[in-house]
Design a protein around this ligand. Structure first.
Ligand SMILES: Cc1ncc(COP(=O)(O)O)c(C=O)c1O
Length: 355
């Protein structure tokens, strides 16, 4: 469906202020944002406007009751300079999965993708050219209705903003298996990309970093026994030639990189099993030398190779090399940047100037 997206361009772009050889992390933003309002039970007035602060009523319900969800994805350029999005329809679906859990309205999936395409088309100059760089896209929805009281809001905003991100090189990481704090319990909000999930992870992540680890490895809420996921990544283990990743049991984010890595690994001929996996199983696999490699998967980093998992009273040495992880990372990056044929039909090209 074609939507009537009104476009109000900036008079003067800020692009000349950005040093593309030295892009600061998460602090530079493009000139425009896509924005849409929810009122009287429908989404109205989709538009692209100059990026600017939005006046917020102090009683805006997102600030008090946390009805706020988001997505994260990246736009890349192929060798001809054509912008491309990676499986954006999955982000649209996941936003609505989050919206369901948080009592928020669905955002039309085709408008989500069209809004992204229009914004990326307009901001194509902001996609950094260096290999490993991308334009990070942040779609989000929050309750902006001023109201004090516990009920679902009736007024929301949906916004997409864009932030160039410099080259990212996958490194080996160390995880801390957290045995006190939890991220998600059954029946909770774990599979929603809800802002509050991240708020609750900040303190445990800081503590893990103070112990010398890069990110938290979350274990289940009831027994601290089953592995869920990593800070902003899903996790894969290779044991005895087989890949195992925790099943999507309601407490794990439905990672789009996870989905793609499962498809890619199977395409490469590996067996991949989605099931419950305990930290004890990983300890034993490490001890009996059947733990071959492990990696995290996510939009921000692609694949992060796991070297070590720290636990109360010890550490699990995972591996010093991740040959399959490396191969998967290279393949994903080559598909995302058009250097390899997109045989899975994952890329959504923004061929021409849409605006
Ligand atoms: C908690 C969490 N798990 C997993 C992921 C990986 O998801 P994706 O591959 O869609 O980026 C993310 C990143 O968005 C995340 O925040």
């Amino acid at each position: 469906m074609a939507f009537d997206i009104k476009i109000n361009k900036v008079g003067q772009s800020k692009i000349n202020q950005l040093d593309f050889d030295n892009i600061p992390l998460g602090t530079s933003f493009t000139d425009h944002m896509f924005i849409c309002d929810y009122e009287n039970g429908e989404w109205v007035n989709p538009r692209i406007e100059p990026l600017r602060p939005i006046p917020t009523h102090p009683a805006a319900m997102a600030l008090h009751y946390g009805q706020a969800i988001f997505e994260g994805m990246k736009a890349y350029k192929d060798p001809n300079g054509t912008p491309m999005l990676f499986r954006p329809e999955h982000n649209a679906k996941r936003l609505n999965l989050s919206a369901d859990r948080m009592g928020m309205p669905h955002f039309p999936e085709d408008l989500f993708v069209e809004g992204l395409r229009e914004l990326v088309s307009l901001e194509r100059q902001w996609i950094p050219p260096q290999q490993g760089s991308a334009l990070y896209l942040r779609p989000f929805m929050y309750a902006d209705e001023p109201f004090i009281g516990m009920r679902a809001a009736t007024h929301f905003k949906f916004i997409i903003m864009a932030s160039p991100s410099g080259p990212f090189f996958s490194k080996r990481i160390k995880l801390w298996a957290e045995n006190y704090f939890i991220r998600a319990a059954h029946g909770g909000t774990g599979e929603a990309k809800a802002a509050g999930n991240y708020a609750a992870a900040i303190r445990p992540t800081e503590l893990a970093k103070s112990k010398g680890y890069d990110q938290v490895l979350w274990l289940d809420a009831a027994e601290h026994k089953y592995i869920q996921e990593v800070g902003t990544m899903n996790i894969f283990f290779k044991i005895n030639g087989e890949f195992i990743t925790p099943e999507l049991d309601g407490s794990v984010l439905h990672g789009i990189t996870r989905l793609s890595v499962i498809e890619l690994l199977r395409h490469l001929g590996f067996k991949v099993t989605e099931r419950k996996i305990t930290i004890q199983e990983i300890i034993e696999a490490s001890e009996n030398k059947t733990l071959e490699e492990a990696f995290g998967t996510g939009t921000a980093v692609g694949i992060a190779y796991i070297q070590e998992i720290g636990l109360e009273g010890g550490a699990i040495h995972v591996s010093d090399e991740s040959p399959v992880g490396l191969k998967v990372n290279d393949t994903l990056n080559a598909i995302k940047t058009g250097l390899q044929k997109d045989e899975f039909g994952w890329m959504n090209k923004v061929e021409k100037e849409l605006v």
